[in-house]
Design a protein around this ligand. Structure first.
Ligand code: AHM
Ligand code: MG
Length: 335
C-alpha cells in the first residue's frame, strides 16, 4: 500500500466531511502533534525521572502519576493555542477550561483523558489518550457555559484515541468509518495502516475485572456468567483478557471483536468510567465500526451528561455480545 499520511487522509476526506473545515483539520493536526509529543515522553519514561506518582490525588480521587500530569499539560498547552477551540475538559481537571482571550478561539470543544490506564505506566504496559470533539451549539457566543459542553455523545463530530503500545497508533472517526494509523518513528508521521476498521458481529473474548465479582448485583453476575457458558461462532469457549487500560482493551475488542465491560457495583451504581472522556468517544468509534455500546439498558451515545465528570457503566464491542448483556438486564427488569 502506498504510504498515506494522516494529513493526506484528512485532506482527501475533507470534501466528503462537511465539518472538515480548515479549522477542524487544524484541530486534528494539533491533537496529533500533542499525541506524538506524549508518545516521545512515554518512550523515554524509564530513562528519565518521570515514573511513579506525584503524591497528589486528582479530581476523581485517584493518585496522579507524573506522566498523567505531563500528558495533561502537553494537551492543554498545545490545544489552547490551536485556534479551533473555545473550551476543553480534561479528566485531570475539575473545572471546564475556557480558552483564554489571549489565544484565537474557534467553535469546537475538546474533551479528553490525557493518559488512560495510567496505573500501567510503571510496569511499561499500554496506555493511551482518548479524545472527543463537540461543536459549540449554534448561536452561542461569549463565555462558554457549562450547559453548552454537556452534550450527549451522538453530537460528537469526531472521536478517537492514541494508543502508546509496542507501536504508537492513532485510531479515529469523523463519522465516516474508523481508520487506524501507525506512527513511523523514523519520519515522525502517522501512516494509514488500518483503513475501515470493522468490529466482528460476535467475538470470542470477554474483558472485565472479575476481582469485583462480590460487589456486583445479581443481573451483572448473570450477564458476565453468560460468557462463561456460551460458545463462540466456532463452537469454542470465550477467552478472558483484561489489560486494565480501557484504551488497550477497547483496541483489542475493535480488532478481534468480543466485549469490554465495566459494570455497576452494588455501592457504585455508575461504575468507574467517565461518560464524556471515556465511554462516549469509544462508543462513537464502536458504532462507526459496526459495533455497539450500552450502559446495559441504554445506548451510550444517547446519555445526557449531568456534569463534566459523570460516570456510566459500559458494555462495548460486538453487537451480539453487547445485546446478550442487554437481554439479561431487560429480563431482570421485567422479572
Ligand atoms: P484512568 O483513566 O484513571 O486510568 O482509569 C480508567 C481505567 C481504565 O483504563 C481501565 O479500564 C479501568 O480504569 C480499570 O479499572 P479497575 O482497576 O477498577 O478494573
Ligand atoms: Mg481513563
Amino acid at each position: 500500500m502506498a504510504d498515506v499520511t494522516v494529513t493526506e487522509h484528512l485532506l482527501l476526506h475533507q470534501k466528503q466531511t462537511p465539518q472538515a473545515t480548515g479549522q477542524f483539520t487544524g484541530l486534528l493536526y494539533d491533537l496529533i502533534l500533542s499525541g506524538k509529543t506524549i508518545s516521545r515522553r512515554i518512550n523515554k519514561a524509564g530513562l528519565l525521572d518521570i515514573l511513579g506518582g506525584t503524591g497528589e490525588v486528582n479530581v476523581q480521587g485517584e493518585n496522579v502519576q507524573k506522566l498523567d500530569e505531563i500528558a495533561n499539560r502537553i494537551m492543554i498547552y498545545r490545544m489552547e493555542r490551536c485556534g479551533a477551540l473555545c473550551a476543553m475538559s480534561s479528566e485531570e481537571e475539575a473545572e471546564l477550561i475556557r480558552v483564554s482571550p489571549e489565544f484565537p478561539r474557534g467553535d469546537y470543544i475538546l474533551i479528553f483523558d490525557p493518559l488512560d490506564g495510567s496505573s500501567n505506566i510503571d510496569v511499561n504496559i499500554n496506555v493511551g489518550t482518548i479524545f472527543s470533539i463537540l461543536r459549540r451549539p449554534e448561536g452561542c457566543t461569549g463565555e462558554v457555559a457549562l450547559e453548552e459542553v454537556l452534550q450527549p455523545g451522538r453530537n460528537q463530530v469526531a472521536a478517537g484515541y492514541i494508543l502508546y503500545g509496542p507501536s504508537t497508533m492513532l485510531v479515529f472517526s469523523t463519522g465516516q468509518g474508523v481508520h487506524g494509523f501507525t506512527l513511523d518513528p523514523g519520519v515522525g508521521e502517522f501512516l494509514l495502516s488500518h483503513p475501515n476498521m470493522r468490529i466482528p458481529e460476535q467475538g470470542g473474548i470477554y474483558s472485565v475485572n472479575e476481582g469485583y465479582r462480590n460487589n456486583w448485583d445479581a443481573p451483572t453476575r448473570e450477564a458476565v456468567d453468560w460468557f462463561h457458558n456460551c460458545e463462540t461462532q466456532d463452537g469454542k469457549f470465550y477467552s478472558s483478557r483484561y489489560v486494565g487500560a480501557l484504551v488497550a482493551d477497547f483496541h483489542r475488542t475493535l480488532i478481534y471483536g468480543g466485549i469490554y465491560m465495566y459494570p455497576p457495583y452494588v455501592n457504585k451504581p455508575n461504575g468507574k468510567l467517565r461518560l464524556m472522556c471515556e465511554a462516549s468517544p469509544l462508543a462513537f468509534l464502536a458504532e462507526q465500526a459496526g459495533g455497539k455500546a450500552s450502559d446495559g439498558k441504554r445506548r451510550i451515545l444517547d446519555l445526557q451528561p449531568e456534569r463534566l465528570h459523570a460516570r456510566t457503566p459500559l458494555f462495548i464491542g460486538s453487537v451480539k455480545d453487547v445485546e446478550a448483556v442487554e437481554k439479561v438486564y431487560a429480563r431482570h427488569k421485567t422479572a
